[in-house]
Write a protein that binds this ligand. Structure first.
Ligand code: PEP
Ligand code: MN
Length: 345
């Protein structure tokens, strides 16, 4: 059986008592989220934009928790925020992407939270640095917390894309490999940046066995003070959830297991062949390195490299392989050849 998804839903920001209560009631009725989220202190790129309602928003969230019995969660970015949410009875908080990238702030928050009973959600840092993400999780572990969930919310795109943030799925996959006991959920709203891409991103996350979703939802998205383009109405969240194709993470069919096993055996053989071929290729590039050195010729021959890259991508195209993959692969191989041919320093 596919496991039940953890759902965290609510607006980007708490804006008014009415907006918070209306959204929470609709979400409770339609979706039944595990947590109701809303930003109280908003990390904004530019000053003089809406920076959150601050402490008075905490009282509205407390009402949701008491009257609707939905646990509430918000972002904390300082020791003072931790003290404030504890005063208002929060038992969970999340670390935002900007804070996750700042070890000083994370340490300060971890110290302030020490001794408290919090479930902690750690978003990935804005920059695609797996060590920084792991480091943030480790700082909370060292402060005595063992109920920690990682949130994959995408990474800053250095070139223009249709998405607000790049999913870089290889990074949460690496996190799962390094920290198998940490559950990972996805925030498709901040990856998408636009309501039309949220469902697709959410499905991709589920296909990767992620354990849940954090989705921004507002009773009236067009009126939202922040992230208006990426907020779904509670009804739209319900549709999204109803249309998700949940997947089994474990294999429990004998025939399927046998079939998969046979195909995986073939892959294993090919992978070892690939490694053997690479070994042969590097032996030749090392030989080339030696003759370049003895003839006092530069290691980098840009025209040759251009030809290699172009011809291999062309060939890949005729086979229907991704040219992007082949050029990334050959860039890595070339980098290693250059490194081998260069003098040690
Ligand atoms: C948010 O969840 O509203 C938020 C600001 O998220 P992030 O830190 O991922 O940008
Ligand atoms: Mn937001």
């Amino acid at each position: 059986m596919a496991e039940r998804l953890m759902l965290i839903c609510g607006p980007c920001s708490a804006e008014s008592e009415e907006q918070v209560m209306t959204t929470a009631k609709q979400l409770k009725e339609l979706v039944g989220p595990d947590y109701f989220r809303a930003g109280i202190w908003k990390p904004r790129t530019r000053p003089d934009t809406f920076e959150g309602m601050g402490e008075k928003g905490l009282a509205w969230m407390q009402r949701v928790q008491k009257e609707l019995q939905i646990p509430v969660i918000t972002e904390v970015a300082s020791a003072n925020h931790v003290e404030k949410i504890a005063e208002y009875g929060f038992e969970a908080f999340w670390i935002g992407a900007r804070t996750s990238a700042n070890p000083f702030s994370v340490q300060e928050i971890a110290e302030a939270a020490r001794g408290g009973h919090f479930k902690i959600f750690v978003k990935n840092p804005v920059n695609p640095d797996i060590d920084l993400w792991c480091g943030t999780i480790e700082r909370f572990r060292k402060s005595g917390f063992d109920d920690i969930v990682a949130v994959s919310r995408g990474f800053y795109p250095f070139s223009k894309t249709h998405l607000r943030n790049l999913p870089c799925w290889e990074i949460p996959i690496e996190l799962a490999r390094r920290m198998p006991d940490i559950k990972i959920i996805c925030d498709p709203s901040h990856i998408a940046g636009d309501t039309k891409y949220i469902a697709g991103i959410a499905q991709q996350a589920i296909d990767l066995s992620m354990s849940g979703l954090m989705i921004e939802s507002h009773c009236c998205p067009s009126q939202a003070f922040s992230d208006s383009k990426q907020q779904l109405t509670p009804t739209e969240v319900k549709d999204l959830i109803d249309n998700l194709k949940l997947k089994n993470s474990a294999i429990n069919d004998r025939n399927f297991e046998l079939e998969l096993g046979k195909l995986r055996d073939k892959i294993d053989i090919l992978d070892y062949q690939l490694i053997d071929i690479l070994k042969q290729r590097f032996a030749i590039t090392n030989e080339i390195g030696e003759i370049k050195k003895s003839h006092n010729v530069a290691v980098l021959q840009i025209d040759r490299w251009k030809k290699v890259l172009e011809s291999r991508s062309e060939y890949a195209k005729t086979l229907g392989l991704s040219q992007e993959l082949i050029s990334a692969l050959f860039s890595e191989i070339h980098k290693e050849s250059i490194r081998e041919q260069q003098e040690d320093c």
